[in-house]
Design a protein around this ligand. Sequence first.
Ligand code: PMP
Length: 306
Amino acid sequence: MTTLAYFEGKIVPIDQAKLSIRAHVVNYGTGVFEGIRAYWNADHEQLYVFRLQEHYQRLVQGARVLRMQLSLDAAQMSDLTLELLRREGFRTDVYIRPLAYKANEIIGVRLHNLRDEFCVWCVPFGKYIEKQDGAKVCISSWRRNDDNAIPPRGKVAGAYVNSALIKTDAQLNGFDEAIVLNADGHVSEGSAENFFMVRGGKLITPPVTANILEGITRQTVMLLAREELGLETVEREIDRTELYMADEAFFCGTGVEITPIGSIDHLPLGGGGVGPITRRVRDLYFGVVCGDVEKYRHWCAPVYRQ
Ligand code: PMP
């Protein structure tokens, strides 16, 4: 249960962390947020936050696009997040939600000359997509928002209306998730996760110029695949019909972790179920995020003193 939040410069009881209906971010979506996970390792009696600094570096970069002037840097945000988690005393897996936002209580759409604030709260969290043995995925009838409209490179709050349209359309049609295409018809990503496929033993993922979020899990997967599995990832445009010919595919992201895709537009992939490369990537990923792999322990920030 959430009991605390960092809000307007201090840690307060969660009930006191409230924004006005007049706040700029509430009306115009002028905020950037993050989604970070912390994993409880029972053997180590430790809560590890995965790639904490990298998440805050991305938040700070997104805030720059929204012309924010934040009083905290990524290191300070990381420190106070660890402090918040310590005070919450969680001994379970946790999701961390920071938000940098335009706080003024005014009418007027713009980005400049506004007051920028930062807040963060945390909540115990399980799976984001329930179906872990092969999600049923469709191609969305919606298109991904373009970099020249609302940049997907930053986690801009208002841009997630696009993600919500994609996710709801998929679920109301009986699917677990959707893959969304760019306006030019090439694959971008999932509603709130990056996409990989396996063809001919190679990992393939859309490039950072495909209107994707530059995912931290995506980068983690590419590194682990290269270092630990000897698999290079090809970053290139992907056509829609290539998806139907993939041997395996999976989504990745902080929330979805590694979620295998079982079918796309009702066409089963490979042998159906979880493919062998996806399984190896997933096993490796879970070992690393839980702090069980010494070599990658530097990615796991311990919450409690050792
Ligand atoms: N794409 C989108 C649109 C997302 O919202 C997310 C979740 N943050 C991702 C990809 C995955 O990014 P990450 O691995 O950094 O969580």
